[in-house]
Design a protein around this ligand. Structure first.
Ligand code: ATP
Length: 470
């Protein structure tokens, strides 16, 4: 049993909290404003404070500092219906114990409350970061799903634990990784994203862990690996699913022991960076295929944030679109989204997620030339990428095609035309799809393809085979 102070201006909410808490045996005091809450805090010395962020006159965040004067040890649990990531992080940084997003279940409240009663408050957190609403790093989301993610990001930012971010491509994993860094005590150190898929497989070990001069042919001088270079900052291992199996033990060691061993060295070196990993692949599937180590997965998934696809949080579409529009047009007055355009946006599946939405808004802003943005200004939706349509399937298809060709071609005439024949299979598919996306505008399609419009016309006119690789 504890003395609990509830500060919330919603009478109905207060009533049900009072009932629930009193029923659980606590002594409950309720205030409808921050000002009244401060008076009560002085009188009753609460052990836990449940505080709404949005209050008339003095808001919850401002009240936190004042509450500390009256009840310095009382864990404060924030309750809010809608907050930005800034609010969540600022609340956590001000030392609030936890953050409940309304509507929350009484079960959730009970769990958090019991922890709060058992634990002393978080102290000595770094000062509140200043984030400009217009800055490109701003993380947008008002849907309940994103609000929960803000809560989790804010809570984990203050710690040093590794974080695993998963979700479809374009859902904002990198944006969230940057936010975790920005709100962490490491914010003044560097944020180092490492795109594992872009590193050459033969050099990836020395890129990540470094090497000594002479460690292998071509290693002409010592090299500090990326994990060491990150110093006390944050390393984002992007496309984690692409890290070769052979290096996964070494990575696990780096995370667990906080040590890296350069190629050609035996003595490990200390590493201090924080790890965040991101992937759009299913790690459990990769584990089942023997391509990812289970122990590394379990180590990284201690704090796992699954970023939902945009189609599961459509409430965020209008505010994201408005945000991208403001960024794109630099305040051109005519550039607004017509209600029918927003309707269309809400109905699209956005397989390319927020990245696709951003590109669509930028495209539409150019196409509308400052006029209100209509549905016609939007580009065609991106088609879903099939799970199976991976690089290895491409390779399988091309290999099969090649084997067939080699088995059937006339060696004297056709063998030196293989390259042209393969292009003949692929180019029509590439051209047709690009033209489809560019609404049959040849100049635009040529620009997207990066080829001369004349070349596109000639290639289209040439008798290229229309049969796809199969
Ligand atoms: N919540 C958000 N608020 C504002 N912009 C966002 C948000 N989430 C994503 N974006 C924007 O969407 C684009 C894609 O985001 P990001 O690169 O973080 O996605 P990702 O999940 O890491 O993609 P991938 O898996 O392909 O690397 C970026 O331009 C980013 O700025």
């Amino acid at each position: 049993m504890a003395t609990i102070l509830v500060i919330d201006d919603e009478t109905r909410h207060c009533k049900s909290l009072r009932k629930f808490l009193a029923h659980a045996g606590h002594e409950v005091h309720v205030a409808g404003s921050a000002e009244r809450g401060l008076e009560l805090a002085e009188e009753v010395l609460p052990e836990v404070v449940l505080l709404d962020i949005r209050l008339p006159r003095m808001d919850g965040l401002t009240a936190i500092g004042r509450l500390r004067e009256h009840a310095p040890e009382a864990p404060i649990i924030i309750m809010t219906a809608f907050g930005t990531l800034d609010t969540a992080a600022a609340a956590v940084e001000k030392g609030v114990f936890d953050y409940l997003v309304k509507p929350f279940s009484l079960e959730e409240l009970k769990t958090v409350l019991n922890r709060a009663i058992d634990t002393s408050r978080i102290a000595d957190l770094p000062p509140e970061p200043t984030v400009n609403e217009d800055c490109p790093n701003v993380v947008i989301g008002k849907s309940p799903l994103m609000q929960r993610i803000f809560n989790r990001v804010a809570l984990v930012a203050a710690s040093h634990v590794p974080v695993l971010l998963t979700g479809e491509s374009g859902t904002g994993k990198e944006v969230l990784a940057r936010a975790i860094h920005r709100y962490s005590p490491r914010r003044d150190k560097q944020f180092l994203p490492v795109f594992l898929a872009a590193l050459s497989p033969s050099l990836i070990e020395s890129e990540l862990f470094g090497h000594n001069r002479g460690a292998y042919t071509g290693a002409e001088s010592d090299r500090v690996g990326l994990l060491e270079q990150a110093g006390e900052g944050t390393v984002l291992l992007d496309e984690l699913g692409d890290i070769p199996l052979s290096l996964q033990v070494k990575l696990l060691r780096a995370i667990e022991e906080r040590e890296v061993t350069r190629v050609g060295e035996h003595q490990p070196r200390r590493m201090r960076a924080r790890f965040i990993a991101a992937t759009n692949k299913s790690l459990p599937d990769l584990i089942a295929q023997g391509r990812f180590r289970e122990d590394l997965y379990y180590r990284l998934s201690v704090y796992h944030i699954e970023v939902p696809p945009l189609r599961e949080r459509t409430e965020d579409i209008p505010i994201l679109a408005e945000h991208f529009l403001r960024q794109t047009v630099n305040g051109k007055p005519g550039s607004v989204l017509l209600p029918s355009t927003i309707e269309e946006m809400l109905s699209r599946p956005w397989y390319g997620n927020i990245r696709e939405l951003r590109n669509a808004v930028e495209h539409a802003a150019i196409a509308s030339r400052g006029a209100p943005i209509a549905v016609d200004h939007l580009p065609q939706p991106v088609l879903p990428t099939s799970e199976e349509e991976t690089e290895s399937d491409w390779a399988t298809k091309v290999n099969r095609w090649l084997d067939d060709q080699i088995a059937s071609i006339n060696p004297l005439v056709d063998r030196n035309q293989l390259h042209e024949m393969l292009l003949g299979e692929i180019e029509p598919i590439l051209f047709r799809r690009t033209l489809h996306h560019c609404r049959n505008n040849h100049s635009a399609a040529a620009r997207v393809l990066g080829i001369d419009p004349k070349t596109l016309r000639t290639r289209l006119a040439t008798k290229l085979t229309q049969r796809p690789v199969s």
